[in-house]
Design a protein around this ligand. Sequence first.
Ligand code: ADP
Length: 606
Amino acid sequence: ARCQEATVPAVPEPAQPRPEPTFDWSVFWTFLRPQILALSAAVVLALGAALLNVHIPVLLGQLVNVVAHCTRGHISSYLQEVRHPALRLLTVYCLQGLLTFGYIALLARVGEQVAGSMRKALFTSLLQQDVAFFDANRTGQLVNRLTADIQEFKSSFKLAISQGLRSSTQTAGCFVSLYLLSPKLTGLLLVALPVLVAAGALIGAFLRSLSRRAQEQVAKATGVADEALGNVRTVRAFAMEDRQAGLYCAEVDRAGWLNERLGLGIAAFQGLSNLALNGIVLGTIFVGGSLMAGDELSPGDLMSFLVASQTVQRSMANMSILLGQVVRGLSAGARVFELLTLEPSVALRGGKSIPSHSLLGRICFHHVSFSYPTRPGYLVLQDFTLTLPPCKTVAIVGPSGGGKSTVAALLERFYEPTQGTITLDGHDISSLDPSWLRGQVIGFISQEPVLFGTTIMENIRFGKPGASDAEVYAAARLANADDFIRSFPEGYNTVVGERGVALSGGQKQRVAIARALLKDPAVLILDEATSALDAQSEKVVQEALDRAASGRTVLLIAHRLSTIRGADLIVVLAQGRVAEAGTHEELLRRGGLYAELIRRQTKDKS
Ligand code: ADP
């Protein structure tokens, strides 16, 4: 087996990184539309709060004037005079608080609703993708899209509305004040600012691309951690902890380095913008001074101008930071929408189905050639032709990597043949409803069954969601699983999987068999179903499988030749073609590849 495995080509590299997707506003609109009322209300409230913010300094100034006026001696009338502006200010404060509360609460609601529906839609879309899609994309990165990217998108969206509105309103409001104070100085400011903004935008673009690379690197590191933690047994079994830690450290270091560079860039950007902003103050005083000398400006006006222009600068600085955040959010959103709008090449549903009373279960592979989408140049199957007669067992044997599991994957329509057709009772399976085919016709039992973190009952019911308890028990009995399940204190309600009881390999396999049998499939695929088991469990599982096989078309993919002697037809698959076919005796007599495999396996055992 070792020699055979050595010939298996390396696992294909994941697909090349795709170019950065663009943000699709129409998709965004479908998520936003249901929230448009709440969003409009939030925008109106936020705008109101921002306008009040512009107005508050004016009111404050009036109050200070009154206070200053009173302190010069008219103490008796102080309360009376101060009451009116103070009350007005208090009312505006209260209103401002109320509006702030309103828009933040509404925005939180809109943000959560949009993010929630994006998550749900993305998850649904991911589950519908072709199996080839999952060959090319790491699970960790996909999970990142669901969590980090949507989170990022949501927070930038909220920031864009709340801070963006505030900053732009304040900027516009203060510009009006500036203009009223001194049109000439405002004109100068208007010349200087675009130059600075353009320079800022240039540096900003560079920083954004750096930020994107840093984000991708962080996702890559997460992917490594995810893979190692998810497969901790394999890591442990190979004593690869240090190597995996080393791999993770390298990725984290690279992410850290990129993020540090990003930090450096941001720091330089901030430093330069501070310099520019302070330069504007100096310039204003310089030019304003000359205007004062010409009696075009009073010292008080110059002071007010400085204060207002500071507010403008602060708001604009805020907006530039916000812009970076918004761009990050947009690219996170674009990555999500890219997956959302991805259409699988085989839809989950749609197509014909054969009524169960006339379903025979005859399967034919006609001249099928196939290469995996991730490895287009490499033909795994070439001109593969095979018939699985109804209610018979056909075993496929052959060297590992020869394409045995690929045959099963094609039958399940996990992939589409590159050439040739596969038929079920004469119907091309590409014209049949895939969900019917997978859900009702084919039962698939693999080498390493996966159980979900729920009760055994629910795990078996996975095979047929509407099944009654009695049907589940019957399937479990057929799979030799009923006894051991009932021996647990919680019986069928025992929770298994990562958070529950750990089942042995043989027990897991029997639960998986029960799950596959529950749908009473006409076709059963057993992909090396017992090869991961010890001799004791293999016997019990084999019994269950033999029982399960009767009355069904069975495709048996076998590693251990001992399990296939009884098959009606044995096919030897080598280099993607049927090299030999016949019964055990026929093939032994022929003295070809099969006889050689048998000889080798007997020798290995002795
Ligand atoms: P067997 O079941 O006979 O061991 P497989 O059908 O698993 O063989 O694999 C046949 C060939 O296809 C091997 O070279 C293997 O590396 C390749 N292969 C299997 N699965 C994939 C996949 N998802 N993407 C790309 N190549 C694959």
